[in-house]
Design a protein around this ligand. Structure first.
Ligand code: HEC
Ligand code: HEC
Length: 292
């Protein structure tokens, strides 16, 4: 769920919970005025059910999200889950007392207040966390001072955990980019998932991606030629569309010749590609298909 929507839902959850409790306290105070009480009971009941549905809805998303985590949960997440789950028996007891055990009904305000306090705490750590951490993300690149903290293993672990949330990691491993290209992508992703991906994460992941791409290249026997082809493709073929479009395509040499010819026609600029550049690109793209 989008963090903003989650915060709004959580805030509604607390407000509805609070109003429900207030109505209940108001009701408890009025022992004589029966007419006024009926209206309040109805309002309390409607809000109560709204509160329950919101809770169920958010619980569903929370469980789905937790089930998708591959790494250990943070202390904050565990605390959040424990709080949320402890609301379940409290709400069940509350409903049970109202329906089946009217003799215990003086205890109801206490239960209601406990439920409200727990939901307030729950919201505090969701909405509050996002509000506090929202805006401290700036465009991050690597600099020489970072060398001491950069660590390949750590970068890989962070990437496996944080970059697999919205798409498969294959999407990341398959991409070929210049250093600046990677910086652009990782920063964009961090912005999409702020505040989950921190500046520290951006640096570690960026370092890992750049280094592992170098390693990949070192293993590739046609490394140097590929470098030429790759940088040509990165600079020339990203003018009109994402490089995903290029690297996602599967073609043999003949098909690449046709496609590149069509791109040159589309570009309609005489010095867009020299004959040499054209054949370098075609050779590089066809070889990629043969290697993979
Ligand atoms: C909040 C969801 C989300 C997270 C988390 C996320 N991505 Fe993405 N990613 C997307 C979306 C949406 C797209 C497709 C839109 C686009 O291309 O701009 C995408 C596309 C990509 C692409 C292909 C497009 C390109 O620019 O090359 C790469 C590579 C990528 N992500 C890498 C990463 C990395 C690395 C991380 C971890 C730092 C990451 N993603 C985390 C949502 C996410
Ligand atoms: C002038 C803009 C432009 C440039 C530059 C450009 N493309 Fe394209 N490309 C397009 C458009 C428009 C489409 C979608 C229409 C189409 O398929 O003809 C496309 C689609 C594609 C596709 C998907 C369609 C297919 O045939 O598989 C591939 C692959 C592709 N381009 C590769 C390249 C390569 C490689 C380069 C660099 C040599 C390149 N493009 C440069 C405009 C461009």
């Amino acid at each position: 769920m989008n963090p903003l929507i989650a915060s709004v839902l959580a805030t509604m959850f607390v407000i509805i919970g609070g109003v429900t409790v207030l109505i209940m306290l108001e009701m408890t105070g009025k022992t004589r005025d029966n007419a006024g009480k009926t209206g309040l009971i109805l309002a309390h009941r409607i809000l109560g059910y709204l509160f329950l549905s919101l809770f169920g809805f958010m619980l569903f998303f929370m469980i789905r999200k937790v089930a998708g985590f591959q790494e250990e949960l943070t202390a904050r997440a565990v605390f959040h889950i424990v709080l949320a789950l402890s609301l379940v028996p409290l709400i069940l007891v509350k409903v049970l007392v109202v329906r089946r055990l009217p003799q215990l009904s003086e205890k109801l305000p206490l239960l209601g207040i406990a439920i409200f306090m727990l939901s307030f705490g729950l919201t505090g750590i969701t909405a509050g966390y996002y509000v506090l951490h929202r805006s401290n993300l700036t465009y991050t690149t690597l600099s020489a001072q970072d060398n001491d903290v950069l660590n390949m293993e750590l970068g890989k672990a962070i990437m496996n955990k944080k970059c697999s949330k919205c798409h498969s990691l294959e999407r990341v491993y398959r991409a070929y980019k210049s250093d600046d290209g990677w910086a652009g992508t990782v920063n964009k992703m961090a912005l999409l998932d702020s505040p989950n991906i921190t500046t520290f994460d951006v640096k570690q992941v960026l370092n890992y991606l750049i280094e592992q791409q170098k390693e990949r290249q070192a293993k590739n026997p046609a490394g140097l030629e590929d470098d030429v082809g790759k940088s040509l493709v990165s600079s020339k073929c990203s003018v009109c569309h994402n490089l995903d479009r290029v690297f996602g395509a599967r073609k043999n040499e003949k098909q690449w010749t046709t496609t590149v010819g069509r791109m040159v026609t589309t570009m309609d600029e005489p010095d867009f590609l020299s004959e040499q550049e054209k054949s370098d690109i075609i050779a590089f793209l066809s070889r990629r298909e043969a290697i993979e």
